[in-house]
Design a protein around this ligand. Structure first.
Ligand code: TRP
Length: 322
């Protein structure tokens, strides 16, 4: 076992993104990647254990039950790259199956350093694994890993947990095409996708009884207070999940409970909120099985196998680069 990390060179500007998102005309918006600081990553870990949020457990069940079949279908020898590794818990099953076949290099790509540390700690006991973590945005990390590729080696990319759903459909195809362009023919991508389900199941999953999802969403304002010296008063905002029927998504917003003015010194902004006005923080698009294969084809992949969970409509899709 070998573990080391390629340290941070995450290339984003929190203050500029906050300023752009909150001072634009029309719908205010904050990029969802900023939900995942240390507190946010820990809260998301809790969300993944909530009874109402079946997504992560479905993902994990599918990986555990089908790990050997997945590994058998992936062209080897292969290095495993995971985009947005999170805690690494659900990846264990796949990596154990890979390591039984051959010594395996695992490259988690994560913008959250604490998630990267958690993931390395979680997986470092697996025999015959070497782990090199990249504190990078997805495509930057993947490009770097691809540059390390040994002759004859395939890449097997994991994009699990339905993160693809956080892009709108057009941006989803674009992102998968960008991934495809970094890959070579016969490399593969395992894509997790949350499937369409009832309104009530969706609303419960994104607005749980305990208020953990609300805390996760509100933490974004707390983070702006911590890092940019802002004076958001959290009780004056409310977490809201709403269904967008047309986009087939759940949208997460933070709604201002009154007319108020917030200053964000380090973003050089003063922001006015109307009573009821919202900041849009995330959307989670839900897919049908056929649509995933169409999307994959448009991005230059063929859809090889789809595994569907029996308890929570969720699919693991094995896509092969054409
Ligand atoms: N991206 C995950 C999802 O779409 C994360 C998530 C769960 C999330 N609950 C949330 C993001 C609430 C923002 C707000 O399921």
């Amino acid at each position: 076992m070998l573990v080391h990390a390629i340290p941070g060179n995450v290339n984003y500007d929190f203050a500029a993104d906050v300023r752009d998102g909150l001072t634009r005309r029309g719908q205010k918006e904050l990029p969802s990647k900023y939900l995942y600081d240390d507190v946010g990553s820990a809260l998301f870990e809790v969300i993944s254990h909530l009874p109402e949020y079946g997504l992560t457990r479905a993902d994990e069940r599918l990986l555990r039950r089908n790990a050997h079949e997945i590994v058998d279908r992936v062209a080897g020898p292969a290095a495993v790259v995971e985009l947005g590794a999170g805690s690494g818990r659900k990846t264990r099953w796949l990596l154990e199956a890979f390591c039984r076949r051959q010594q395996t290099s695992y490259y988690p790509v994560e913008i959250s350093r604490s998630a990267l540390v958690m993931c390395e700690r979680e997986l470092s006991d697996i025999d015959a694994i070497s782990i090199v973590g990249f504190e990078r945005e997805y495509l930057d990390g993947l490009l770097e890993v691809a540059a390390y590729r040994k002759p004859g080696q395939h890449l097997f990319v994991l994009f699990l947990g339905s993160t693809i759903g956080n892009f709108d459909r057009v941006a989803g195809v674009k992102f998968l095409s960008q991934v495809r362009n970094i890959l070579q023919p016969e490399d593969s991508l395992l894509l997790g996708t949350d499937l369409e389900k009832s309104r009530s199941d969706l609303l419960r999953a994104y607005d749980d009884e305990l208020g953990v999802t609300a805390a996760f969403n509100l933490n974004l304002l707390a983070r702006i207070n911590r890092e940019l010296g802002a004076d958001f008063h959290l009780p004056h905002f409310k977490h809201v999940a709403k269904i967008n029927e047309e986009a087939r998504s759940v949208e997460m917003h933070l709604r201002s409970k009154r007319h108020q003015v917030v200053s964000i010194p380090q973003a050089e902004s003063v922001v006015e909120f109307e009573d009821g006005e919202t900041i849009w923080t995330e959307s989670s698009h839900k897919y049908s099985l056929n649509e995933i294969c169409d999307t994959a084809r448009q991005a230059g992949f063929r859809c090889q196998v789809q595994w569907v969970d029996e308890q929570w409509p969720f699919a693991e899709n094995l896509l092969v680069a054409e």
